[in-house]
Design a protein around this ligand. Structure first.
Ligand code: KIV
Length: 268
């Protein structure tokens, strides 16, 4: 079997979801980390535009370009052979209408992505449907959406009041109805992510959204404690007590699979 054929696919994702086995995802930006994560059993590698923060030193994800995402996606593909690769559509490349989004997503797919992720709710449903109908699996991303940091007034927990919670619930439903095959829920109360997860029939991947979701993702530099600045409450330092990066990543895999991470202290 060629390395490409041994990668996890949407069928594997559906199997994990049906069996209620937690799905393990980490961000990944290069071939070396991709190899470590692959060996440790991380199922999904997210080539996140958070690379703008942790690799490029920017104060937001807004400057990240499509060319840079293509470069990092190709590197992650070269370094891994098993995990499924999801690539972020950077700021301005998905919001520009379905046809433009298709052209941009197609370039990420050609570089090695098996799925693209785009930020936004109901307003992105038409674009999600357009991509999915043309063969591009799409992951939604709602809650704290870093590309909208200026509109959100900073990096804040979302959906804390009833209006906000109803909006996020409606966003998740409309993305799922449009054909999104997975939705990232970022920085929201655990009770809301539990509700959203029960309302839709595609996997939810939480980051700062509690444990009652289908899987977890963290920014790898955060969980290895090598990013600078104050860490959000939902981050756990997996290097603590580990003697190597490989051991830290393996501990993350174990704790997500066992439902031990995130704990109450990581949940809003
Ligand atoms: O870019 C990224 O790392 C992300 C995660 C925070 C989900 O979108």
């Amino acid at each position: 079997m060629s390395p490409h054929n041994s990668r996890l696919t949407l069928t594997d994702l559906a199997r994990l979801y049906r069996s209620k086995e937690k799905i393990v995802m980490l961000t990944c930006y290069d071939a070396s980390f991709a190899a470590i994560m692959d060996a440790a059993g991380v199922e999904m590698l997210l080539v996140g535009d958070s690379l703008g923060n942790v690799v490029q030193g920017e104060d937001s994800t807004l400057p990240v370009t499509l060319e840079q995402m293509i470069y990092h996606t190709a590197a992650v593909k070269r370094g891994s052979s098993r995990a499924m690769i999801v690539s972020d559509m950077p700021f301005g490349t998905s919001q520009s209408g379905p046809e433009d989004a298709f052209r941009n997503a197609a370039r990420l797919m050609s570089a090695g992505a098996q799925m693209v992720k785009l930020e936004g709710g109901e307003e992105m449903a038409e674009t999600v449907e357009f991509l999915v109908r043309r063969g591009i699996p799409v992951c939604g991303h709602i809650g704290l959406t870093p590309q909208s940091v200026h509109q959100l007034g900073g990096f804040r927990v979302q959906g804390k009041d009833e209006v906000g919670a109803e909006k996020l619930s409606a966003d998740a439903k409309s993305l799922a109805e449009a054909g999104a095959c997975m939705i990232v829920l970022e920085a929201m109360p655990g009770a809301l992510s539990t509700r959203i997860t029960s309302e839709i029939s595609v996997p939810t991947i939480g980051i700062g959204a509690g444990g009652d979701v289908s899987g977890q993702v963290l920014v790898v530099y955060d969980m290895l404690d090598i990013s600078s600045g104050k860490k959000p409450r939902f981050v756990k330092n997996f290097m603590f007590g580990a003697d190597s990066v490989q051991a830290a990543v393996a501990a993350y895999v174990r704790e997500v699979k066992a439902g031990a991470f995130p704990a109450a202290e990581h949940t809003y």
